[in-house]
Design a protein around this ligand. Structure first.
Ligand code: SAM
Length: 273
């Protein structure tokens, strides 16, 4: 099944909480939009193909600055789901359950019994689990830090990460079968577009892949990039002649991960994983 078919089958509104968050123009703040107060406004947001912010500042109730959970924009979800090339019966791990909506789409594509999803925020995990059960998708919802992956469900054929990372924890590679695919959005640590990474796991336990279209996901909790790193990224990228994101790739080994330009023999940065 392709993503557009799954998106047609699963109703997003079943997963969106009664309170969502919308920007207050010209302020940098978000305010709550409660379904009971403004049903038409709530529905317009939920039926749009934009992302719907479902939590700010880890659970603020009156106003907030940082979106900390959302239902992602449908075109980004479709790009990621189609990039995974999911077949029925494949075992899939999602990191960042959020509302549970993407987990429902994964369930349509792979079978609910093959999908595990991890959410770091316990209250969001509970809400998502209830929504998934109500909607008829008995996927496994785990409350915990997705950085560790989830060994009890491994090995996976596919891992999809729905919060932006600055590195691929080696646990994700270890928990994926050879030939399996990991898709993750990247923070602006080397390219300002925050591109999507598609990584293939190799039989020798390393993984390699390239970056693609911009994704703009919120970062993994506790891993927001400081402004000076974002500025330094812009400067380094401009000095390199502003290469397209698709010219970059990354190689992950148990000890290191290296971002390269054009070929793995042209490393741009190396960090410990
Ligand atoms: C963009 S939202 C996910 C959207 C979700 N897939 C959906 O369909 O609604 C990102 C989510 O990742 C969660 N998250 C952030 N860091 C995490 C971590 N280390 N482990 C697991 N979940 C994490 C956030 O709490 C948030 O709910």
């Amino acid at each position: 099944m392709i993503a557009s078919d799954a998106l047609r089958k699963v109703r997003r509104e079943l997963f969106i909480p009664e309170t969502i968050w919308v920007p207050v123009e010209g302020t940098g703040w978000y305010r709550p939009l409660r379904r009971a107060d403004d049903p038409a406004g709530w529905r317009a947001e939920v039926e749009s193909d934009r992302s719907v912010i479902t939590q700010v500042d880890d659970g603020a109730t009156e106003r907030g600055v940082w979106p900390t959970s959302s239902s992602s924009a449908s075109h980004i979800m479709a790009t990621m789901l189609d990039g995974l090339r999911i077949l029925p019966g494949m075992r899939v791990l999602e990191i960042g359950t959020g509302t549970g909506y993407n987990a429902a789409l994964l369930a349509e594509m792979a079978g609910a019994e093959n999908v595990t999803t991890i959410e770091i925020d316990t209250s969001l995990a509970k809400h998502a689990q209830a929504s998934l059960e109500r909607a008829g998708y008995p996927v496994t919802v785990v409350s915990g830090d997705g950085v560790e992956g989830h060994w009890p469900g491994a090995p996976y054929d596919r891992i999809i990460v729905t919060a932006a990372v600055a590195e691929v924890p080696y646990a994700w590679v270890e928990q994926t079968r050879a030939g399996g695919i990991i898709i993750a959005p990247w923070v602006a640590s080397f390219h300002p577009d925050e591109p999507l990474l598609t990584l293939e796991v190799k039989p020798d336990g390393t993984a390699e892949g390239r970056f693609g279209s911009p994704a703009w996901f919120m970062p993994m909790r506790g891993r927001r990039l400081p402004q000076h790193i974002i500025r330094a990224t812009d400067e380094r990228w401009a000095a390199a002649g502003r290469p397209e994101a698709s010219r970059y790739g990354v190689t992950v080994t148990p000890e290191t991960q290296t971002i390269w330009l054009d070929t793995p023999t042209n490393p741009q940065s190396e960090g410990m994983s």
